[in-house]
Design a binder for this molecule. Structure first.
Ligand SMILES: [Zn+2]
Length: 196
């Protein structure tokens, strides 16, 4: 028995999308990997944990007091796009067709998994929305994404009644995820966003 190797296999198997077999395959790969690769990987994981925090305004990862998007005075400060994850944000940024700010939820509401409003980054949204002209709900077109968007719509209608609400998901195919969409489809969904 190799305790160290077993431990690494188990840890890798817990990564999303992997299982026992892939965990084992990667553990052997790392054990045999030439050069400094394994050390660099271990250091990179630690550095991310130590140096990267969530932007206190929008929730996007940052190593500074605010993320680069919130810090940029050229961005349209009156428009906020609500996304589920930093990957969704990155996908939308890659289209270079959106110039407003973001709000990253870090998940969706999921009553079955016991995830309520307090478990995602929702608390500061109403306050931010109250100072904005438009909030674009860009959750994914899934059951959880739709439920989350509907919940936010209801809440903002009560807590920030003057803000214009629109939804991106209506322009996207059900089941598609923003982070996997090509830039052109995202641009299309953005242009075709619909108000309530
Ligand atoms: Zn930010």
């Amino acid at each position: 028995v190799n305790d160290e190797l077993d431990n690494l296999k188990k840890l890798l198997a817990r990564l999303p999308g992997l299982g026992e077999k892939s965990g084992a395959r990667l553990a052997y790969h790392l054990w045999r990997a030439p050069g400094q690769y394994s050390e660099e990987l271990a250091r990179a994981i630690l550095a991310v944990r130590e140096k990267i925090g969530a932007c206190p305004v929008c929730g996007n990862p940052t190593s500074e007091d605010k993320c680069v998007i919130c810090k940029n005075p050229e961005r349209d400060q009156k428009t906020i796009m609500v996304v589920e994850s930093p990957q969704d944000l990155a996908a939308i940024e890659s289209t270079r067709s959106y110039t407003g700010l973001y709000h990253v939820l870090h998940g969706t509401l999921s009553p079955l998994a016991g995830k309520g409003p307090g478990d995602i980054n929702l608390e500061s949204l109403a306050r931010r929305a109250a100072g904005a002209a438009e909030v674009i709900l860009a959750t994914n077109p899934s059951a959880e994404g739709d439920a989350t968007a509907s919940y936010i719509e209801e809440r903002l209608a009560a807590e920030a009644p003057d803000v214009k609400l629109s939804r991106l998901a209506r322009g996207m195919t059900v089941g598609s995820e923003i982070k996997y969409l090509d830039p052109l489809s995202i641009q299309h969904a953005l242009k075709g966003r619909q108000g309530k």
